[in-house]
Ligand binder design. Structure first.
Ligand SMILES: O=c1ccn([C@H]2C[C@H](O)[C@@H](CO)O2)c(=O)[nH]1
Ligand SMILES: [Zn+2]
Length: 137
């Protein structure tokens, strides 16, 4: 699965978005180490804060199916430039992916920003930080 195909999968995922409030559909496609693709869309709620972003939907689907190793992520929205994942999603991406894993941020015009997990959230809080805290007790 190349990056073009993964970005196309993200577009297909975007079509499933449930966005009656923002009217801003987002799609994500998460490629597992074994070649499976997990689609994610944003899912909103009348209680706005319960909204789940497309990226986190894709990760939570994969992890709940027992998959925790990933090769690439693509995200798409109808933005002016490449879509920018929110802070919560950046933290979830950092939890499950190598810092060097490629992330393809794109839009419907075909602008693509190829970035990495590390670039999206430099200095992410991680399980290593929790280990330090254990040692202090
Ligand atoms: O990278 C992003 C940015 C925003 N959203 C969603 C959350 C909400 O449903 C809507 C507007 O913020 O877009 C995502 O799913 N992913
Ligand atoms: Zn998000």
């Amino acid at each position: 699965m190349n990056s073009e195909k993964l970005m196309n999968e993200a577009k297909l995922a975007r079509e499933k978005a449930y966005v009656p409030y923002s009217k801003f559909p987002v799609g994500a496609a998460l490629l597992s180490e074994s070649g499976q693709v997990f689609h994610g869309c944003n899912i909103e709620n009348s209680g706005y804060s319960m909204t789940n972003c497309a990226e986190r939907t894709a990760f939570f689907k994969a992890v709940s199916d027992g998959i925790k190793s990933f090769k690439a992520l693509a995200v798409v929205a109808d933005t002016d430039g490449p879509v920018s994942p929110c802070g919560a999603c950046r933290q979830v991406i950092a939890e499950f992916c190598d810092p060097s894993m490629p992330v393809y941020l794109t839009n419907l015009k075909g602008h693509v920003l190829e970035t990495t997990v590390e670039q999206l959230l430099p200095g992410a809080f991680s399980k290593e930080d929790l280990k330090y805290a254990e040692g202090q007790q």
